[in-house]
Design a binder for this molecule. Structure first.
Ligand code: BGC
Length: 499
């Protein structure tokens, strides 16, 4: 239950991702805020690749990521005082405010201001939820429980796409319904977060050992012996406290280079899979290739169902087969689908983009997009939220996660902002651009991402010592420090003395 509440932070993120793509294809919405786009849409001579190439329209989608970027970094600092739970509640509340503004928007300024507030909320919740899940989960289920976050993102996208489909038929206020309904998942998460305990390690960091013990007993079950785990956390915290420098400074030290590089690279690379072409512009793409408005919204739902279902594959596979295998398989699958998509767009639309698609070709596009979406759903989707959170040691975990989300949002913003322009200029080549990236990223994973399956967060240090490249950053002295059991024993002694 605790994990469901925390993972539902993914629901509001997913809702946002899914809602904007559909809303921007609704005519009353375009008429009110972006009339020039509507004119282009009705112009038969218009190059199909370029209809949605409007900077202000893309700003509606991507503005959220600018404030998300800043607030995820702020969340990494604030969490030391508020805990993970506090961040979830604050994020949820700001998000609700943004939703109200969006639903009652009278002009573009109000609309975009609402999106900016949604971004602040999401920056907070996306920073806290994956850490919350990793810190609550027992090591052998950490991957499984953490993928719930991505699963909920997927569910949020489906919910949004379905609401878009219904709202498109309620007349001029359809888009208000679509944007306003974001309040439902937001309220569920915010209220739910008030009733869950904070994570044991976050409580220990704030000196609340008794509450940490209670929280740990609650999630591990009363019969299990949680003292050893608790002591391990306490000793880690003691060691981290002895070094009372700013986490944002510590993370830039040489010894943390592997964690810093991976915590920034994985979430950044995630965006170069091209997933958001599908997520944000799915309906737009389908309309561009001549599918009707409803057909485009339905196709988007199919895509999103595939995406969410494939995340379930990850839930099952991640702790059994490991993270690396999922990255590799998905890499191959994504490259194949993207190359095929490029060639079909090239042969059907050419570069003039004025021809319309045959029905068979439209279906093939949908199938290939599903292949891409599925591969993402069991690899870069969930693993982006899992791997950084698990490789970062406790003292720099929130800072590292903050940096990772900020990078993720930065590239989401840039790519969302330029996608319509790239599509207009590179045409079908846009998919070759992504395929090349996926190739580079897969090689990167092979060389630099160690397997983390089944390793406890507290013993994660060992993966760097055995790694061909990262071992040069391991502090040699650290290899000869007091063993963990000894530290736990000392911490235990300390607590008995204190009480
Ligand atoms: C990504 C989003 C993406 C979504 C799709 C998330 O993990 O960060 O950018 O739109 O997955 O399901």
């Amino acid at each position: 239950m605790i994990c469901i509440v925390a993972a539902s932070a993914g629901l509001i993120f997913g809702y946002d991702i899914g809602i904007s793509g559909g809303v921007i294809t609704m005519e009353p919405f375009l008429k009110k805020f972006f009339p020039s786009v509507l004119l282009k849409m009705h112009d038969a001579r218009q190059n199909q690749y370029c209809i949605f190439d409007s900077q202000i329209l893309t700003a509606f989608t991507s503005s959220l990521y600018i404030t998300g970027l800043v607030s995820s970094l702020v969340a990494g600092r604030v969490t030391t005082a508020t805990g993970r739970k506090g961040i979830l509640i604050i994020g949820g509340a700001v998000f609700l405010l943004g939703t109200v503004l969006n639903a009652v928007a009278m002009d573009v300024k109000m609309l975009i201001f609402g999106r900016l507030l949604l971004g602040v909320g999401i920056g907070f919740t996306n920073q806290a939820a994956p850490i919350y899940l990793s810190e609550m989960a027992p090591p052998k289920w950490r991957g499984t429980l953490n993928t719930a976050f991505q699963l909920f993102i997927g569910a949020g996208v489906i919910l949004a796409a379905s609401i878009n489909l219904m709202a498109a038929h309620v007349g001029d206020i359809g888009w208000r319904v679509s944007l306003g309904c974001a309040a439902i998942p937001a309220a569920i998460m915010t209220v739910g977060a008030m009733f869950i305990p904070d994570t044991p390690s976050s409580l220990i960091q704030r000196g609340r050992v008794q509450e940490a013990r209670k929280s740990l007993n609650q999630v591990r079950g009363v019969d299990s012996d949680t003292e050893a785990e608790l002591n391990e956390m306490i000793s880690h915290n003691e060691a981290a406290k002895a070094d009372n420098r700013q986490p944002y400074k510590v993370i830039f030290e040489r010894r943390h280079r592997p964690q810093l590089v991976l915590a920034a690279a994985i979430p950044s690379f995630q965006q170069f899979t091209g997933i958001n072409v599908v997520a944000f512009y799915g309906p737009v793409m389908f309309r561009s290739i001549g599918i009707s408005s409803d057909g485009a919204l339905i196709a988007a739902i199919i895509l999103n169902v595939v995406n969410a279902t494939s995340t379930l594959v990850s839930t099952f596979a991640v702790d059994r087969f490991g993270r690396r295998l999922l990255f590799f398989e998905a890499g191959v699958q994504m490259i194949a689908c993207e190359v095929a998509l490029a060639s079909i767009l090239a042969s059907e639309l050419g570069t003039a983009g004025t021809a319309t698609f045959s029905q068979g070709a439209s279906i093939t596009v949908l199938v290939l997009m599903c292949g891409l979406s599925a591969a993402f759903g069991w690899s870069w989707g969930p693993l982006t939220w899992l791997v950084p959170g698990e490789i970062l040691p406790m003292e720099i975990r929130p800072a590292g996660q903050g940096i990772g989300i900020a990078c993720n949002f930065l590239f989401t913003f840039i790519l969302a902002q330029v996608f319509a322009t790239i599509l207009c200029h590179m045409k079908y080549g846009v998919f070759l651009f992504y395929a090349a990236w996926v190739f580079i990223m897969t090689v990167f994973v092979a060389l630099f991402v160690p397997e983390t399956k089944g390793i406890s967060l507290e013993s994660m240090d060992t993966i760097w010592q055995d790694h061909w490249f990262w071992n040069r950053y391991v502090d040699v002295e650290k290899k000869y420090t007091i063993p963990d059991e000894e530290l736990s024993y000392l911490a235990h002694q300390r607590i008995s003395l204190e009480s």
